[in-house]
Each structure stands twice: as C-alpha cells, then as structure tokens.
Design a protein around this ligand. Sequence first.
Ligand code: SF4
Length: 290
Amino acid sequence: MLQQTQAATVVPYYNRWLRRFPTIRSLAATTESNVLHAWQGLGYYARARNLHRCAKMIVEKFGGRLPNDPSKLKSLPGIGLYTANAITVFALNRSLPIVEANTARVLTRLFNIRAPIDSTHGRQELWKLSAKLVPQNTARDFQNAMMDLGALICTAHNPRCQICPVKEFCCARDPASLPRKRKRAAIVRLTESHSLSTKEGAVLLERCHHRWRGMWMLPPLKLDGLKPSILRRPIYVSMFPFTHHRVKLRIFRQPAREIYTGSQRWFRTDALGAIPIPSPHRRAINALLA
Ligand code: SF4
C-alpha cells in the first residue's frame, strides 16, 4: 500500500484491510471484486491484484506461510528485490541491502553520486553501496536508521546538515541538487466521455477492462452520432491524474435503454457501496445522484 502512497493516507486502509482479510488464507479465498472494493480510493490497482495473487500462491505453493527466503519471496507476484529484502531485514534481522526513496537520497548525498538514481547505472551503484554498508548483526537497526535519517534530517528540501550525525563523512557539495533523476515524461492531456443512465432507482454501469480492470464505471460514450446540443452540455466535468496523464472526465445524460454490451449491468443505487468503482467515477455518481 505504501508504494506511491503516503503513510497518512494508507493507515485507515491498512486497518480496514486487516479487519476484512485478517490472514493470508482469507485473502486467498476471497474474490477479486472484494479485493478491489477494499482497495478503491488507493489507486494503482495492480498492487491489489498482485497482493491477491500473491496470497493465492502462498497458499498453493508454501502451505499458507510467507516464505523467509528472499529468493522465494521474489518469486511471488508484486514482490521485487526491495520488498523481498525489506521483509527479510525487518522481520528476521538478516543482513541485506535496501534501497528506497529515503535511503537512496542519503546514499546519493553521502557519496556524492551524480548518476540519475532512476537509471540502471545509478540504481546498481546504490544497491552496491547499501550492500557494502549494511552490518552483519544489526541490519534492522541500520536500515531503520537510514530511513529515518532520510525522512527527518537528510530531507529532499532543506536538508538539516548542521545537526546531521554523519556530516563528517558526507561528500555532498550541493546536497539540495541531489539525487538527480532522468527527465520525466511530459504530462499528456486526455478527455474521456461517459454516460449516466438511470431507471427506477438503478444506474447502468460497465465492467472496466483496461485501466481499472475488474471494477465498474459509468459506460464510455461514443460521441459520433450524438446531437451537437447534447455534446455542448455535459452534466458533470472533473479532472483526475493517472500516471503521467491528466484526464478530463465528462459525463453526459443518456436515456435508459436496453443493455447492449455483455459487460453492462443495472445496479440499484443503494447497493453501489458494495461494488468496486474507481474514485473519479464514484465521485461523479455521488454528485449526480445526490
Ligand atoms: S550532511 Fe547533509 S547532505 Fe550529508 S547526509 Fe547529512 S543531511 Fe544529508
């Protein structure tokens, strides 16, 4: 949950998640729809799908127990080098390197690394340094300290070098200019049009296939063939970010009609709380049905 998401946002989700799926077996046994419902609002839904697949695989291959060997952990969906090592270090105090946002910033500055940290070369350098520095018997304390140093002292803006406990070893000449990153992809603007059709206390939704696979959204609307007067009057407009996209969501009212694709369904409006709906569409539905 913490990948790409701040801890303050995650905490209520994490607590609700553990109440709903208290064991690996309970997560493995539930449906993808329940998993997406518990995750809705956190975004980056691949994480939820991976966690679900991961729980199933742990039950099938490892008898329901999380393996304690990093190479076995890495064979599970959604678990890469960082997560496998972090689990092994923090749960078992094994001596392994960890490179995440905070430790990457501290290492980059301590050793004045000029290579972009999101380049292959930059990443390799950081992992090598972390492996060299991590102590044999106190890896858990060491990695905690590195993360805290990055979060509290060696911050992204205005690092507090005067009170830094490792300032005498630090090689950074201009700490605020580090770490370097590759140029970001330019923001792409998109406009997406969807329809709102209601009848007798129900709303028409369509199962998503791509971005929000497995969730339910207002049906996409093909604009060709619609009267220009309708196109001028969306009943709802909002903006939302998605990776490097900025999406303008426009909703147009459409008359209730027979379902014309297999992936559409009428849902009672008082039952919408129980199904997974991506946040931009849930906000639109709540505003329009209020
Ligand atoms: S001295 Fe400054 S730049 Fe160097 S590690 Fe400490 S806080 Fe970061």
